[in-house]
Ligand binder design. Structure first.
Ligand code: 1Q0
Length: 216
């Protein structure tokens, strides 16, 4: 007898998990928890349908790269974003101006996720303040154009734009989030997004201090 247990899973838990990333008075981010937040987001992404698998595939790949560092012999150096940046920079493990012998540094890998987190922030904020008849594809592509699109070549932008058209409607989206009524969703986003913002802001500041915002 095989019993399949459907795990109860809500977007609230995922977003709030970003809270546990922050340590030392919000002056550092635990990489393992950051990746857990991302894994939760990927699960939501996958529940939206296979069209989005080309997006989640890249995110999964980047999560995997980071998990390998964490499991590796220098795993301790990758415990927090701050320690990762210090370690990789001081050991010359980052391609700073053009891709070379370190195409998959932790710093450049996290930067890709960090930029995607900005998209998420913009998109969920739009969703939170949207009216009932708003189109998710419009909200999503506006958020994308103001963030990730600036780092993507034409072919990816084009593909992403087509994929957005397949996004479910606003009420469907809210249902998938599994937090209750539309009103509950709006409340939840208002409560949970500040955690995501804090993580985003910290990372942005750290990367800007070390001139890492344009890593190839
Ligand atoms: C829900 C709608 C999804 C829309 C996602 C927006 C992103 C769209 C386009 C991304 C295409 C990515 C293809 C690969 C790009 C890479 O070239 C790029 C750069 O990396 P590299 O190594 O080539 O320099 N990679 C990235 O820019 C990273 C992109 C990761 C995007 C991951 C976005 C995952 C977000 C998931 C959150 C979904 C949760 C939504 C809430 C749903 C609630 C029901």
């Amino acid at each position: 007898l095989v019993v399949i247990v459907e795990e109860k899973f809500t977007l609230r838990e995922v977003l709030v998990s970003f809270k546990s990333c922050l340590v030392d008075n919000d002056e550092d981010v635990i990489v393992e928890h950051y990746l857990n937040g991302w894994k939760g987001l990927v699960r939501f992404m996958n529940s939206l349908g296979t069209i989005f698998s080309f997006v989640s595939k890249d995110a999964v790949n980047k999560i995997q790269i980071m998990e390998n560092y964490l499991k590796g012999e220098n795993g301790e150096r990758y415990r927090t974003l701050q320690s990762m940046v210090e370690y990789e920079l001081s050991s010359d493990l980052v391609d700073v101006t053009k891709r070379g012998s370190h195409p998959e540094s932790g710093c450049r890998t996290v930067l890709r996720l960090h930029r995607a987190l900005r998209w998420l922030q913009l998109f969920l904020e739009k969703l939170r303040t949207s009216s009932e008849d708003s189109k998710t594809s419009t909200l999503c592509s506006e958020a994308y154009n103001d963030s990730l699109a600036n780092y993507h070549p034409w072919i990816i932008r084009k593909t992403a734009t087509v994929a957005f058209l397949a996004l479910p409607a606003r009420n469907m989206f809210f249902e998938v989030m599994n937090v209750g009524t539309a009103e509950d969703v709006v409340d939840m986003l208002g409560e949970a997004m500040p955690y995501v913002s804090k993580v985003y802001d910290f990372t942005q500041e750290l990367y800007s201090q070390h001139n890492l915002l344009d890593l190839p």
